[in-house]
Ligand binder design. Structure first.
Ligand code: HMG
Ligand code: MG
Length: 284
């Protein structure tokens, strides 16, 4: 019996690779994105226009976007922390962009050198510029359960940031369990608070698998009505500013799981497995 559609937003070429120690050549990143483009994803995050001093691994993002073969129906996404990043993403013809904030002050300072309030103010002009050109903007909230610097994060703090991102025009808010500290119970409590301020159809779960609970957290989110999940092929990933953050939940495992449950993802598992093998080989 079909349980309806469920989408996987592939973040491997960005969240997956940003934390790798080895300097990965642009050609390898392009080959990975091109393979992923054959799998049926509608959105692939493959670039990040951040300071190369902060995240050296993403320095070739413009080249990646200019060299990939763009498949019909796929939107190629880029992270943009500020207007400078937005302009670079635009020049590189990113199809959509993402601003990224945090529900905890400690991570916000360490990751983007700004308080939560400052970061939200910084996103407003990015959203305004993007609106003029009809460029979809996604919003991330990091540390939705726990922060590596501040400890436990209250669901109301997550709801506040999600509400602001949605109100300023983000079409979807992705909820990041950045260090994989969530449990089905804490994820459900967090979602209960966020669902009050952002329609559940505009939420995505972005779960790192540090403690092997990401799939259980996806199940908890499914039962709360979430139908979009971020994942990275090969389970790559982590954040350089989140000590202890392991990889994103692996796309191949999420797709197999959702399909077995009866959800339609529209993805080709064999192509994903091939991409996962490529991704694992790219590891430092
Ligand atoms: P700052 O030092 O406060 O910024 O950094 P600044 O405005 O003072 O500029 C400092 C330097 O950076 C200047 O260069 C700027 O030109 C340059 P300099 O004069 O020193 O040569 N600069 C830029 N260069 C390229 N692109 C830009 C840009 N902006 C300024 N867009 C800043 C502030 C936000 C730039 C910095 O903190 C930064 O780049 N942080 C990015 C951190 C990051 O990428 N983290 C990983 C992504 S978030 C994540 O992984 C979590 C997520 O997956 C969800 C989850 O799991 O929770 C999304
Ligand atoms: Mg992440």
């Amino acid at each position: 019996m079909s349980l309806g559609p469920c989408e996987i937003f592939e973040v491997g070429p960005r969240d997956g690779l940003q934390n790798e120690a080895r300097e990965i050549p642009v050609s390898e990143k392009v080959a990975l994105v091109d393979r992923l483009s054959d799998a049926g994803f509608r959105r692939i995050e493959c670039a990040s226009f951040v300071s190369p001093k902060w995240v050296p691994q993403m320095a070739g993002s413009g080249e990646v976007l200019s060299q990939i073969k763009r498949a019909k129906g796929v939107r190629y996404a880029a992270l943009t922390p500020n207007l400078r990043g937005y302009e670079d993403a635009l020049a590189a013809k990113a199809d959509e962009i993402a601003v990224f904030g945090s529900a905890s002050e400690g991570f916000s300072q360490k990751n983007i050198n700004a308080s939560i309030a400052e970061s939200l103010d910084r996103f407003v002009p990015v959203l305004e510029e993007a609106r003029h050109l009809d460029i979809p903007v996604r919003g991330y909230v990091s540390c939705v359960v726990e922060c590596p610097y501040d400890g436990a994060v209250d669901p109301s703090a997550v709801a506040m940031v999600a509400d602001r991102l949605f109100a300023m025009g983000c079409y979807e808010v992705s909820l990041g369990d950045t260090i994989g500290a969530g449990t089905p119970d804490s994820i459900a409590k967090m979602l209960l608070a966020v669902r009050d301020v952002v329609p559940v159809g505009r939420l995505a779960g972005h779960y790192h698998d540090t403690h092997g609970r990401a799939m259980a957290n996806i199940d908890a989110s499914l039962s709360m009505g979430v139908r979009v999940f971020d994942a990275a092929v090969g389970g790559l990933g982590g954040c350089p500013y989140a000590p202890g953050a392991a990889g994103n939940v692996a796309t191949e495992a999420v797709n197999a799981h959702l399909t077995a449950l009866g959800y339609e993802t529209g993805l080709d598992q064999a192509v994903i497995e091939e991409a996962a093998e490529m991704a694992r080989a790219m590891r430092g």
